[in-house]
Design a protein around this ligand. Structure first.
Ligand code: SF4
Length: 240
């Protein structure tokens, strides 16, 4: 099957796979320190932090989690938590009532169905309240070492700009990208892409003029191509 990126000749499947792997290699060289920007020390902490990260920056989440993790060290502690106390701690992350419902509901389900241990399988994680496929993949990839693609808004935007897919459905995107890259690369590739989205390939004005992927990206020119102008758009991070 051939795909066609705007303004380019149709690309064979083989060429697409080669280009995808080259993009991954360049991102690896550009962001050798790419990692999950949420602070955690075990699967439960990462699950809670990821629930809190919806519509919120990782930096903000990392500001509230030390208090939360100290007060509720085990799943059973969240399951028995006073709702208003949790709400007070996480308020600044936004949507705090819904997030409190998710955290307490998730903890009760883990206690009832998984003996108080966060399960390490996608099929189990997605049955927990407040845990979708994206959250489950973050937890699997970073706390259980099970490769997973984290299809968040940065990821979706970037792989569409790379011309890897036109899909807008996150599950379809996950499968399409999963077939382009080796499974062992899925988790770290997700971090690299998210880092690139936060630092250079922004939603509104990507810094194309200083982008290390410029020669491989059919969307080059979406943002300013002048180096001086693009330079001003770069956000160096860190974001945590
Ligand atoms: S060339 Fe532009 S659109 Fe393509 S990845 Fe780089 S910043 Fe994004």
């Amino acid at each position: 099957m051939a795909t066609k990126a705007a303004g380019r000749k149709p690309e064979t499947r083989l060429a697409l796979v080669r280009r995808a792997r080259k993009i991954n290699r360049i991102l690896a060289e550009t962001y050798p320190d790419a990692h999950c920007e949420l602070d955690f020390t075990n699967p439960l902490e990462l699950l809670v932090a990821t629930i809190l990260s919806a519509q919120c920056t990782d930096k903000r989440v990392n500001m509230v989690t030390p208090t939360l993790f100290a007060k509720y060290p085990a799943v059973a502690d969240y399951a028995a938590a006073d709702r208003s106390e949790v709400e007070d701690i996480i308020r600044s992350t936004g949507f705090f009532r819904a997030k409190t419902n998710s955290i307490i509901g998730m903890a009760q389900a883990v206690c009832e169905r998984y003996g108080g241990e966060v399960p390490g399988k996608l099929k189990d994680l997605v049955t927990l309240p407040g845990v979708g496929r994206k959250t489950a993949n973050v937890v699997l990839g970073n706390a259980f070492d099970v490769p997973g693609l984290t299809v968040d808004t940065h990821f979706q935007r970037l792989v569409r700009r790379f011309g890897w897919t036109d899909e807008t459905d996150p599950v379809k995107i996950e499968h399409i990208v999963g077939e382009l890259l080796p499974r062992r690369e899925w988790t770290i590739f997700s971090h690299r892409v998210i880092w690139h989205g936060r630092r250079i390939c922004h939603a509104r004005r990507p810094a194309c003029g200083v982008c290390p992927l410029a020669a491989l990206c059919p969307s080059y020119g979406t943002g300013p191509t002048s180096e001086a102008e693009a330079e001003k758009l770069v956000k160096p991070g860190p974001f945590s």
